[in-house]
Write a protein that binds this ligand. Structure first.
Ligand SMILES: [Zn+2]
Length: 423
């Protein structure tokens, strides 16, 4: 034991003396493409000094780099030197409104440092060192963190999302997963609930943007739908717990629901049809200009105007199904065009015999009008048999995690009850 201790002590001493003999690397000699991080780590005390504080300038519309340097009381010759120091620094000339440039000046107002984010993961860093400019590109790694959220709808889905700390973009991602099962415009009710496990992309602890949803469930009017993100080898798709793709032949609501803001109250609109014939479709009251989607893959068999229907489009799909879209402001497809599900075919409007902007949507199966919200549609195809074991072993744990988000409180209560019983 004692000899080991002596040995390590010797090593420690020799290590120190060797380190002292290392040549001091001048900062100027550092390879320009090396990340700046190691250099910065040598000067933590300096960077924490109160006088070396970053001053950020946010680029305004029409502002030039030259005018920013003027505003900062920095010379044009310095700017020239910086942007000609190497090709990375030249990227500084491609500034855009909203971008931020950081500066550090010494007590006499002399330039010391500049930083500018070139991309999500790269930052240009310029430092004055004696008479030299050191220009480097710092790599800023992105980190993915995983979060849970759940919510219950009392007002709008977007408000419930906000209350659960979700961005509007994340709420849209959530709705898009279930767009084949739930009509997010007409079917959402107070008391509907959702839970999800999702990614956040962060940098240095700061939120950068949303990542993807890993698993989610949505309970709509008592019926629960569940989905898991899974890559079957051809990209990530969402699957139900049985391994069936969430994507089906028809979208429940053929319009972009994000256009219907939380302030929009469809009940205020009464798109009464001044028509003699019976109403055989669904009316979606929504703001004029809301994009209208093709509900499924098909071929445009009609794209025209009539006194009653206004601008209208009919699409023929496989299995004897025709979908009809009436009262559009704009039509983006012509007769004969082949369209994919989700393609924007026009925008919502109030052309024809109507009293307010809305989409009149019809779903016709073998010549018979059906309710598109309740018509039974063929199930989506399941994953390949060979992919099932992998899917099951991946989906199992994440789905039980999703369950635990929903039943957290309940589980704790049940555990307590169980413990009491067993004791
Ligand atoms: Zn109608």
């Amino acid at each position: 034991m004692a000899s080991v201790a002596v040995l390590s002590l010797l090593y420690a001493f020799s290590g120190t003396s060797q380190k002292d003999n290392y040549p001091v690397v001048q900062a100027q000699n550092v390879d320009l493409n090396l990340p700046i991080a190691p250099l910065l780590s040598y000067v933590p005390e300096q960077s924490q000094k109160s006088e070396t504080q970053w001053q950020f300038v946010t680029v305004k519309k029409g502002q030039t780099l030259s005018s920013i340097f003027d505003d900062m009381d920095l010379s044009q010759s310095l700017l020239y030197k910086i942007i000609h120091s190497n090709k990375e620094a030249k990227k500084l000339t491609k500034i855009f409104p909203g971008a931020a440039i950081g500066f550090v000046k010494d007590a006499n107002g002399k330039f010391e440092q500049l930083k500018y984010k070139l991309s999500e993961t790269q930052e240009l860093f310029v430092k004055q060192q004696d008479e030299q400019l050191i220009t480097q590109v710092v790599v800023l790694p992105l980190e993915t963190s995983i979060h849970n959220a759940k919510g219950t709808i009392t007002g709008s889905l977007f408000n419930a999302g906000k209350a659960a700390d979700l961005t509007d973009n994340m709420v849209m991602q959530l709705a898009n997963i279930f767009a084949w099962d739930i009509d997010f415009i007409l079917d959402i009710r107070s008391g509907d609930s959702f839970s999800l496990i999702y990614e956040k992309i962060e940098q240095d602890g700061e939120f950068i943007r949303d990542g993807k949803i890993l698993a989610a469930s949505f309970t709509n009017q008592g019926e629960t739908f569940t989905a898991v993100a899974f890559d079957d080898g051809s990209g990530v798709s969402y699957y139900n717990p049985e391994g069936r793709n969430m994507k089906k032949a028809f979208l429940r609501a053929p319009l972009n629901f994000s256009y219907i803001s939380s302030n929009f109250n469809p009940k205020r609109f009464h798109p009464v049809q001044k028509r003699v014939k019976a109403h055989r479709g669904i009316d979606y009251a929504a703001p004029r200009g809301t994009p209208i989607f093709a509900a499924g893959d098909g071929k445009v068999i009609r794209s025209s105007y009539s006194k009653y229907n206004g601008n209208h489009i009919f699409i023929k799909h496989p299995s004897g199904i025709v979908t009809k879209y009436l009262h559009l402001t704009k039509k983006y497809v012509k007769k004969g065009a082949r369209v994919k599900q989700g393609k924007t075919i026009g925008t919502l409007g109030s052309t024809g015999m109507v009293t307010g902007p809305h989409l009149h949507y019809e779903f016709v199966l073998n010549g018979v009008h059906r309710n598109p919200r309740t018509v039974k549609l063929p199930k989506a195809s399941p994953l390949k048999k060979s992919k099932m074991p992998e899917f099951k072993s991946y989906a199992g744990p994440i789905l039980s995690q999703l369950d635990s988000i929903n039943f957290d409180a309940k589980n704790i209560a049940q555990t307590k009850v169980a413990k009491t019983k067993s004791s």
